[in-house]
Design a protein around this ligand. Structure first.
Ligand SMILES: [Zn+2]
Length: 211
């Protein structure tokens, strides 16, 4: 694949997420745009698009062609290569993979931050993902576990303030009791955005998808 040159606008397009379906059109995971194009380029996947109310599938070559000739609709994003502009797909389908989705939400930093809506669970302020850390509510040194129910999103300031203490010792209070999410919090957050409308055709915010 040609190297993708992108401008500022392209940066946003590259940070988008792409829903991956298995061969049976079941949503199985979410990948970034680079990964999606990698799969398309190797012909492991095809683009699923719904334009003018009609579903269609495109292999990589057809998609490139369609992207350069088709008009842009609202919420479309494009990446630019020399001489080409390729529309960022929202949904792709793995043409050879028919295994079914994983059932458990992955326990990782990204999903913790999404579960807590990128909001510090002590001061209640919203931050970008890089300005947040994760805090052990009961510190590890006091036997606190590294689990959904003991880890929360926390800003650097509150993290420093709390130190190795329990919230009440630091006179801090959690916004809400942390719990294990029943569905993938990243998908639940994304599916509310207009540009991911197509995802609703294949999954609901309650789906368990691997990230
Ligand atoms: Zn805070």
């Amino acid at each position: 694949m040609k190297k993708i040159h992108h401008n500022t606008n392209g940066e946003t397009a590259l940070s988008a997420s792409v829903l991956v379906l298995n061969k049976l059109f079941m949503a199985i995971k979410v990948v970034n745009v680079k990964r999606a194009f990698g799969l398309l380029y190797k012909n492991y996947a095809e683009v699923i698009a719904k334009d003018n109310g009609r579903f269609d599938s495109y292999d990589f070559i057809r998609w490139v062609d369609y992207s350069s000739n088709g008009g842009a609709r609202e919420h479309d994003e494009f990446i630019h290569t020399p001489g080409l502009r390729i529309r960022v797909p929202r949904v792709i389908r793995l043409t050879f993979y028919d295994k079914v989705p994983k059932k458990k939400v992955k326990f990782n930093r990204k999903n913790i931050l999404a579960r807590d809506s990128y909001t510090c669970q002590y001061c209640g302020k919203k931050y970008s993902s890089s300005a947040l850390s994760v805090d052990h509510v009961v510190p590890r040194s006091r036997g606190g576990s590294t689990s959904w129910t003991n880890i929360v999103a926390c800003c650097h300031r509150c993290n420093t303030k709390k130190g190795g203490r329990l919230p009440r010792e630091a006179r801090m209070r959690l916004l809400k009791e942390p719990i294990a999410p029943k569905s993938n919090p990243t998908v639940s957050a994304k599916i509310k955005e207009e540009k991911y409308n197509l995802w609703k055709e294949f999954c609901s915010s309650g789906d368990h998808l691997a990230e």
